[in-house]
Design a protein around this ligand. Structure first.
Ligand SMILES: C[C@@](CO)(OP(=O)(O)O)[C@H](O)COP(=O)(O)OP(=O)(O)OC[C@H]1O[C@@H](n2ccc(N)nc2=O)[C@H](O)[C@@H]1O
Ligand SMILES: Nc1ncnc2c1ncn2[C@@H]1O[C@H](COP(=O)(O)OP(=O)(O)O)[C@@H](O)[C@H]1O
Length: 290
């Protein structure tokens, strides 16, 4: 049996961390969307029982149990009691450790694909329960559509489609350690974006209200050690984006544009300052996940 699936990158339109639980886990309130930029994953069954082999075209990825796709496959096979070998080949298009959830999305794509391949009949909620054991963005990525994410990442409430918009992503050439950023949440006075206003903007398909209420509590923490993120954000707006923000714990920033032609203008201008630049639309409008 063989399947090829896409694993889309996510963007955080709104990210609030209202409090930290006594065990150190962060309580999230995030509005996320998935975009056309995606990894391609081929999954094949093999007769080497209980052997999960990961191959990828990226030298940045672990190809053993540390790979999130491996962990997802392992948990799924245990849960449904299937004995098979798997070969999982990842074509990596999403920049790694960029705040775009590439690893979580690969893991979620593997869960969805195995569920279909073996006709296991698990609901998205059940796949999300497996996914939360891998990391906190996997439940969202099982749905991979615009959604409100809360709790420790396990509560996913799908929202309606975003109005037409374009994103211009720019990934500066710096490394950000997510654990290092997240550890600082408990001890830093972070700002809290207006998530309810953002939700109202989405509910009313109101582009301007959405753009004026994007916000990310982690931005101040990451920017404190990497001020170039702030510069890149300002440049995106200077070149014509209606708003700009960092995704996740960074370092990728994105600008939002209402039209494709404006997005291309911003793309061309920002390309002079940043090597890794992408244009994408929200996932659900154009490209079904399978
Ligand atoms: C911040 C977000 C927002 O979408 O995006 P990314 O930047 O990853 O894309 C994610 O929630 C992120 O998800 P993820 O990377 O899965 O985070 P988690 O699994 O919760 O934690 C990542 C790592 O940070 C550590 N961690 C987490 C919380 C905390 N208070 N202190 C920590 O040291 C965890 O132990 C783990 O090793
Ligand atoms: N399939 C995968 N794709 C990307 N990264 C992975 C994968 N499996 C494990 N990782 C590890 O997960 C970490 C986070 O990567 P990624 O999910 O791309 O970024 P982020 O958490 O910033 O959204 C990296 O250190 C990477 O080595």
């Amino acid at each position: 049996m063989k399947r090829i699936v896409r694993a889309p990158a996510k963007l955080n339109l709104g990210l609030d961390a209202p409090f930290v639980h006594p065990d150190g886990a962060i309580e999230w309130r995030m509005v996320m969307t998935s975009i056309g930029l995606s990894d391609h994953i081929q999954i094949e069954t093999t007769d080497r029982h209980d052997n999960i082999r990961i191959l990828s075209d990226s030298s940045f990825l672990p190809n053993d149990r540390r790979n999130l796709a491996y962990q997802a496959a392992h948990l799924f096979l245990n849960k449904v009691g299937i004995q098979t070998g798997l070969k999982i080949s990842i074509k990596k298009n999403i920049p790694v450790a960029a705040g775009l959830g590439g690893g979580s999305s690969d893991a979620a794509a593997v869960l969805r694909a195995l569920n279909e391949m073996f006709d296991a009949g698990l609901s998205f909620a059940e796949l999300a329960q497996i996914g939360i054991q891998v990391d906190s963005d996997v439940p969202y990525c099982v749905y991979s559509r615009t959604a409100l994410v809360s709790g420790r990442g396990e509560i996913v409430t799908p929202l309606q489609k975003l109005p037409k918009m374009w994103f211009v992503l720019a990934k500066p050439n710096i490394s950000v350690s997510t654990p290092k950023i997240l550890r600082q949440v408990a001890t830093t006075q972070v700002s809290h974006p207006q998530i309810d206003e953002l939700l109202a903007g989405i509910e009313n398909s109101d582009y301007d209200r959405i753009v004026s209420n994007i916000g990310n509590s982690l931005e101040e923490i990451t920017t404190a050690s990497h001020p170039q993120i702030e510069t890149l954000k300002s440049r995106l707006v200077e070149y014509g984006a209606d708003g700009s923000q960092m995704s996740g714990s960074g370092p990728t920033v994105y600008g939002i544009c209402r039209t494709e032609s404006r997005a291309h203008r911003v793309y061309n201008s920002i390309s002079g300052f940043c090597n890794e630049v992408y244009i994408a639309q929200p996932e659900c409008d154009t490209n079904p996940v399978f």
